[in-house]
Every structure is written in structure tokens, then in C-alpha cells.
Design a protein around this ligand. Sequence first.
Ligand code: LMR
Length: 394
Amino acid sequence: MFEHFSLAPPDAILGLNSAFEKDPRVGKLNLTVGVYKDEAGRTPILESVKLAEAKIFQEQKSKGYLPIEGGKDYIDQVNRLVLGEGFEFGRVATAHTPGGTGALRAGADTLASVAPHGRFWISNPTWANHAAVFQAAGFETQSYCYLNAAKTGLDFEGMLSQIQQAGQAGDIVCLHACCHNPTGIDPSVQEWKQIAELLAKKRMLPFLDFAYQGFGDGLVEDSKPLSILMEHHPELVVCASFSKNFGLYSERVGALMMISESAKSTESVLSQIRLAIRCNYSNPPRHGEAIVAKVLSDPELSVRWRSEVDQMRSRIHSMRSALIQGMESRGKDFGFLAAQKGMFSYTGLNPMQADWLKKEKGIYIVGTGRINVAGLTSASMDIVCDGIAEACAI
Ligand code: LMR
């Protein structure tokens, strides 16, 4: 039967990453996949993580299976980090999932079993994998406007009017809680309030992809959209990832959180999440979960980690400013990047220009024009600015 398999296209992001690995050119630059790099161009293991691992190595007694939803320590710590200390935790059913993608899929699978007729709304553009994940769970996807025609800011009116006109009660709306991927363009606080009000009026369920907590304005600041939505929505889904803010990309640590109107529903919701997980990957991996739980529960490690997140955020910020300046000194106005947040920026380059950068300069960016700002360094800045300036001219 396998001889009838056709060759699937490479993944829009990870496929480029593989192509980069195979590229023999010296001096090639990878600005594709969202992985943080330090000034030396390395993706470091955080100090807080290393210290937590040393403690875990001493203390861990077993590698037995975890509960389907993950361990209690992890769940308690993660609830507090993501939802804030003042949250009524009895209302949330939380499960450790393998990464943020695992949370998106487990959340969509859980919803599919109880609300299969809703449609999933995703922004245009959005993370290259969103539609595939929600469709694989059996949902039809619809997209809502996000970028203005110049690709420099949010088309807020377009977004609202499209949802107002075509959204139906029971539809699910995937929103990026902060650091929108791929554009880096987030709604303002006032705009979040209007989004929350509209979705509540339309009886649509907010489903938040929260993969970059701490990379926008700060760990607490970045969860502001959650509290705005919670003021208008008794029910909410949050998919958190700790790949980026803990640098635990390959450990696959994330969390699915389904918030109900009252604590009465939480056990039933959790039982449905367990069903979705059990028939998929059965139960979560232990190591990444142990690291996150250890860092967050140990006061000293927690302080150290928070400062490491601050350092990563401020380095990304300085790279974005340097990119704007570098383009300005080459006669190109990239000032619109200043309002973008998080790892990514939308440069406005088209797929042909992105392909030219790859072939001619060995600079890999995603075909949509997205670059991983967190992958830039002072040493690579001039090369990248020269490449982009040349690409703009073709
Ligand atoms: C990205 O968008 O680059 C990251 O979220 C990594 C991935 O899996 O695509």
C-alpha cells in the first residue's frame, strides 16, 4: 500500500529549517523557526533550567507514568503563572500537554466531542500549523482579517466586521494572546475589550494560543488579554506553551486550560480532556514538566527564571530596534516594526523575495516574509539588512 503514497509538501516552517541544515554554505543565516538565540547565536539552556535539572536528578524517585492530565504540582504552578494568583482555580480544568501544539490539538479534540458543529476561526495570516491542527480534529476553519493592506498594522475594523457578519453562536475563535505569530502585531487593550464584547454578544468561544508569555511586555502584562476576555466570557480555552519562555523547545511542555462558568463543571470538563488525551498520546512526558514545576515552585529559581525571561525579551527588543535603524540607514522605512512584539516581525517581503534571499544570500526567512527577530545578532545585523534592502528592490 505504501507505494501509492504521494510525496507530501515540506512544512512551511520546519521544512525550511531542514533545508537550512542541509545547506553547505558558510555564513548562512536561519531566521525561520521561532527559536531564541543569544548574542553568540546559540539557543541556550536557561540557568534556572540547568539548576532545576540538577535538583531533579538528585530528588526524582521514579519514571512511572504520570496521570493523564499531568502531575498536580505542575498544574497548580502553571495555573498560577498563566491565570494569575487571584484566579478562582476551581473553575479551570488543566492538563499538561506536549507543547503548545499538543494543547491546541487536545483542546480541539475535546471540543470536537461536545461541540462538533462549531467552526474554528483563525486570523489571516496565522501560525502555519493552526488550520491543519483544527482541521485534523474535524473542524471546518474560517479566517478573519487581521493585517491591513500595507501589511504594517492591524485591520481592526475588517476583523470586527467579518466576525460580526459571519460568526455564529457556538463558533470558536482562535486568538493569539500576545506576540501574534507571524506578524508581531497585537490588538491594543481597548481593541481587546471590543473583541471580548463582540464575541460575547455573538456567543462565540475564545480559544487563546498563549505561546509567548513574557516575550511581549512581561509575564504579567502579557496575560492582560486573558483577564479582559474573562470579564466578558464565563468560558474560555487557553493553550499555553513553555517552549519559548523556558527555552524547553524539545522537551515539549505546554498546558491546556478549559475554564468553566462554575466549579461544578470542572470535573466533567477534565474527564473529557482525559478521554481526548488517552486515545492520542496516553499521558504526558515527565522531564519538561518536572523542570517547569521545580522552577516555579522554588523561590530562588523562580526569581532567576523571571530575570532570564526579562533578558530574552530585552534582547529581542534591541534586535528589533537595530533592524529598524539598519534599514533606515539603507534608505528603507521599517519604522512600522517598532509596534510589533515578540519573536517575529512581518517584513512585508513576498514569497519570491524570501526565496531570493535564501538562494542568493543564504538568509532563510519564512515565505510569508516573517523573520525570527530573536534569531538576529549584532554580528549578523548588517548582512541581514543588506540582504533585505536588496530583496526589496527586486
Ligand atoms: C514557529 O512558528 O516558528 C514556532 O511556533 C515553531 C513551530 O513549530 O512552527
